[in-house]
Design a protein around this ligand. Structure first.
Ligand SMILES: Cc1cc2nc3c(=O)[nH]c(=O)nc-3n(C[C@H](O)[C@H](O)[C@H](O)COP(=O)(O)OP(=O)(O)OC[C@H]3O[C@@H](n4cnc5c(N)ncnc54)[C@H](O)[C@@H]3O)c2cc1C
Length: 579
């Protein structure tokens, strides 16, 4: 499936909008990072995405993964492409240099991840889970665990997976039953069944390292009794050489709507040897190191899907001729005008583009917060990163799917049939709203844990920092109004939550949407201020005009909706839902 990596937009964000070199020069770990090197990384990442990964996107969908005699086979070509991805060091791009990672900024890695997700989300899933496993081992592992696992994972010789979900315990992990019994040698025997495990078993690496949540015998009930374990497919010795096959296997592969090239397994642990990662009973916190990364990354999956769909539909609309412009024929020599003469087609294309480019900008800003928190120990940046994570995850994946469906609409019936590829983008994009914590749970995390709990303080601080950016005078007023609206709504939410325990949950999704819209408004105000007068800059300005005139007004409706109390949802008796 054809895909063009957005190197120009990446360069624009880094160098014009956020002047990232100034920022990086203040961080020791990045001070040597020249703009030439960054350009080369983006160009090579873009090439890999467009030339190696994208051509396999349809292949993965058509062939899917197969399970035979306990072995999972990935689609043709995946192994070779994954080898190219790993040999280039891409999984360790922002990894710890002490263990073979390249130590590059998360903000830069995010731009690359978007390209990989867009090009082939099924294939990149094998990489993304590996990157997340590395983060968790790096943050919580013993010196020995880091030595044994990290460089093999960064290099892709081994891959990672995260095993949380059980059939009766998805969102509510406190109910999980997988157990861990201490062994005499200090390791544990893991027994239980996990479902939906992405990259849990496959044929692309010599070892697969599961980070598995389980309950140590006699541990406390609920989430407090859960611990995290490294449960490798082959148990390595103390120099990392592969030892015996461990006691887990893939019981079956899930049959899915999309991402068919990604192997999603039921994993049966049958007394498998596991090694405690971090502290006993602190497993959820350790797992969250991985999940927070995965959440940002999955947001970029949504962004990539939206952009891929946009690229297809924009090209299609330029070529396809149907009907005549309302103002008279634009191309009288042809049988009809292109789809682009129709305002409604433009509405769909500009909506896709406005969200894609706005979201890319604020996701990059979120990545910058992670870099600052990590290297400058900046406590405020850490809070900003935490606050933005659920918005990046949910808003970008919601808009990604919405954009993909709009792209499908632009193609009409040709969007519904397989031949043009857009229906695959829709099917592949859908999962991003569900895994890594559903978008409903992201919204609840935002309103409940990140906003109401601190009385809206971090959000107010963030808006103050954002207001300090240079904003295009043409859009300053709507951006100011959007900030004022979000603050007003936040204050009301915080105040009313004292009396209404269901309120945060009742308005969560609308609140997250409002915050995403506000961040997009800010991003467009800041981007157009830096946009030049060439075609690239002109397209930015036109898209911004559309965003402020046609999309931002939806924030007014969201504010009104959030003003409703939870009773409009909660008063209906349970029995009436099936009446
Ligand atoms: C293709 C695929 C790949 C996956 N990969 C992995 C993986 O690699 N590792 C892994 O461990 N898991 C994985 N998952 C599992 C995934 O993360 C879960 O499906 C998801 O977290 C939701 O859990 P659930 O399906 O049990 O839904 P449920 O928890 O039953 O939720 C159902 C609905 O109720 C809502 N809900 C539930 N609880 C609450 C609450 N407290 N407040 C408000 N709303 C609530 C949810 O938002 C959702 O809309 C994968 C799933 C799929 C389909």
């Amino acid at each position: 499936m054809e895909y063009t990596a957005r190197e120009r937009d990446a360069d624009f964000l880094m160098n014009k909008v956020f002047k990232i070199q100034e920022n990086w020069s203040q961080i020791d770990a990045y001070s040597e990072l020249s703009s030439d090197l960054v350009k080369a990384v983006l160009a090579e990442g873009g090439r890999l995405a467009a030339e190696v990964m994208a051509p396999l996107n349809e292949v993965g969908d058509a062939h899917g993964c197969q399970l035979e005699d306990g072995e999972v086979t990935t689609p043709p070509g995946f192994k070779e492409a994954f080898a190219e991805l790993t040999q280039g060091g891409w999984l360790g791009l922002s990894g710890n240099p002490a263990f073979g990672g390249q130590g590059m900024p998360k903000s830069l890695a995010g731009l690359i991840e978007e390209m990989f997700w867009a090009a082939n989300s099924s294939l990149f899933l094998y990489g993304s889970l590996t990157v997340g496993a590395c983060l968790s081992i790096d943050a919580h592992g013993s010196a020995e665990q880091k030595r044994i696992y990290l460089d093999k994972l960064y290099s892709g010789q081994w891959t990672g997976a995260m095993a949380l979900t059980e059939s009766h315990a998805g969102t509510d992990l406190g109910m999980m039953r997988t157990k861990a019994e201490p062994r005499a040698d200090g390791s544990y025997s893991i027994t239980g069944t996990k479902i939906f495990i992405t990259s849990g078993e496959h044929d692309m690496a010599e070892n697969i390292v599961h980070l598995t949540l389980a309950r140590i015998t006699d541990g406390p009930r609920g989430t407090k009794g859960i611990s995290l374990f490294i449960v490798p497919k082959f148990v390595p010795d103390d120099v990392g050489a592969l030892g015996p096959r461990n006691g887990w296997s893939s019981g079956s592969l899930e049959h899915k709507m999309g991402i068919k090239g990604s192997a999603t397994s039921v994993i049966n642990y049958d007394g498998a040897q596991g090694f405690l990662l971090g502290e006993e009973h602190q497993g959820l916190a350790a797992m969250f190191t991985m999940m927070n990364y995965e959440r940002l990354s999955v947001g970029l999956q949504g962004l990539g899907a939206g952009d891929l769909a946009y690229q297809h539909s924009a090209r299609y609309a330029q070529d396809r001729v149907q009907g005549r412009a309302a103002t008279g024929a634009q191309n009288p020599d042809a049988e009809a005008d292109t789809l682009l003469v129709h305002p409604d087609v433009r509405r769909m294309l500009l909506t896709q583009r406005a969200y894609t480019e706005g979201c890319r900008a604020f996701a990059f800003f979120a990545g910058m917060q992670l870099d600052e928190a990590k290297h400058k120990g900046d406590e405020r940046a850490d809070r900003f990163g935490q606050l933005l994570t659920p918005v990046v995850k949910a808003f970008l994946t919601d808009k990604g799917l919405e954009g993909a469906v709009m792209a499908q609409q632009v193609l009409g019936g040709h969007g519904y049939v397989k031949e043009w590829g857009v229906e695959q983008i829709v099917r592949d994009a859908r999962i991003a709203q569900i895994y890594e914590g559903t978008n409903g749970i992201q919204a609840l995390d935002l309103t409940g844990r990140k906003v109401v709990r601190d009385g809206g303080k971090t959000l107010a601080e963030l808006l103050q920092v954002l207001a300090g950016f240079d904003i295009d005078p043409d859009f300053k007023e709507p951006v100011d109004q959007a900030f004022a609206r979000l603050l007003r709504v936040t204050q009301s939410l915080v105040a009313r939550s004292n009396e209404d325990a269901n309120l945060a949950g009742a308005v969560a999704t609308d609140f997250l949407d409002l915050m995403g819209m506000t961040l997009c408004a800010w991003a467009w105000g800041v981007m157009t201020q830096c946009a030049g007068t060439d075609d690239f800059g002109e397209a930015k300005k036109q898209t911004a005009r559309f965003f402020f005139a046609r999309l931002l007004p939806r924030a007014v409706g969201l504010e009104e909706s959030i003003l409703a109390d939870s009773d409009v949802l909660m008063d209906m008796p349970e029995a009436l839902f099936t009446a």
